[in-house]
Design a protein around this ligand. Structure first.
Ligand SMILES: C[S@@+](CC[C@H](N)C(=O)[O-])C[C@H]1O[C@@H](n2cnc3c(N)ncnc32)[C@H](O)[C@@H]1O
Length: 315
């Protein structure tokens, strides 16, 4: 099993991973960021005029992280659903509200506890919703049990992607669907595009040169790493950051029929810098819209962004 960094055992990495996501969740809750972090629950966002955090501004959040694909009527169905890497369970709850019996799987027992706490608040819902602790590098699923299996932004933390995708294929009913939205890391052209487009943020009146320079430095370092395979420290704190990212697309095509394959977040770094800036909210949204339009065009013209959406069917 792939482990990183090399000197740590798998079990101690799993411990680090659990601690990391517990800390992240507590930080979010303390800040007032809703557990149902999705634009469809924008009324739960605490509006704060002063905060630069994108999570407090539903319009900014929606424009950057449009997750409607995962809830689209043409992708989800009635029946049984399994939400993988479910976290505190926003997707599981949304599918449940839309009339599915849902199971959510998650590595972190504390997060499963929080998800259960929130699911108890459901009103008059006759469909079942159940969360369990499970390490998806080891999980074994029942054969042909689910109509839909889905995942949002967590499969890249799974080091045994090939094994997991085989389990998913087995667990789907004939004609069943696997729908996910996933981070697949930047490739070489995407890194270059992010470096080139980063200075454009100054046109948006964003003057924090030091922050832009720091982002540019890490992008250049990353690009050198891709070319010369030089070592680079991970920017994020997850022990399994991007563990399975490079395998996701090839495994999707290996085990499933592809109905939809869509990329986004090609020029995400400048967008993120603008989102974090002190610009007036209206101006910020205007510039983010502008960059996201360019992003969509780039992806339609063959660039692979950092994120992919797949609608797959069982073979
Ligand atoms: C970025 S969060 C996404 C959570 C959720 N899908 C959401 O959209 O809010 C990634 C989640 O993957 C979970 N995770 C990491 N490794 C895992 C594993 N081996 N098995 C199951 N879950 C795992 C983490 O605990 C974390 O909650």
């Amino acid at each position: 099993m792939e482990t990183r960094p090399d000197y740590k055992s798998y079990d101690s990495l799993v411990e680090d991973e659990i601690k990391f996501w517990s800390r992240e969740l507590v930080k979010s809750i303390r800040k007032g960021i809703p557990i149902n972090l999705d634009y469809s629950n924008s009324h739960l966002f605490k509006e704060s005029g002063k905060s630069n955090d994108i999570y407090f501004h539903p319009e900014v959040y929606k424009e950057m992280y449009d997750k409607s694909f995962l809830l689209d009527k043409s992708t989800i169905r009635y029946g049984k659903a399994l939400d993988l890497v479910c976290g505190p369970g926003w997707l599981a709850r949304e599918l449940n509200k839309r009339g599915m019996d849902v199971e959510g799987l998650e590595l972190n027992p504390f997060i499963v506890g929080v998800a259960n706490l929130y699911s108890r608040k459901r009103k008059n819902n006759k469909f079942t919703l159940k969360y369990s602790v499970s390490d998806l590098n080891k999980a074994v699923f029942e054969k042909e049990k689910y109509d839909v299996i889905c995942a949002d932004s967590g499969l890249h933390h799974i080091s045994k992607i090939d094994r997991l995708f085989r389990q998913i294929s087995k667990a789907l009913k004939p004609g069943g669907r696997f729908v996910f939205r996933e981070h697949i890391d930047r490739d070489f052209p995407t890194s270059i595009l992010n470096i080139i487009t980063l200075p454009i943020v100054f046109m948006a009146g964003y003057k924090n040169y030091w922050k832009v320079a720091k982002k540019a430095r890490s992008l250049i370092k990353e690009t050198f790493y891709m070319v010369f395979n030089r070592g680079e420290t991970m920017e994020w704190g997850s022990a399994f950051e991007d563990a399975g990212a490079s395998e996701i697309v090839s495994c999707a095509k290996k085990y499933f029929n592809v109905e939809i394959e869509r990329y986004s977040f090609t020029i995400f770094t400048p967008v993120r810098v603008i989102a974090d800036s002190n610009l007036e909210l209206d101006k910020k949204i205007q510039w983010i819209n502008y960059f996201m339009k360019i992003d969509r065009k780039l992806n339609q013209n063959g660039f692979h962004g950092e994120c992919v959406e797949f609608l797959l069917t069982k073979r």
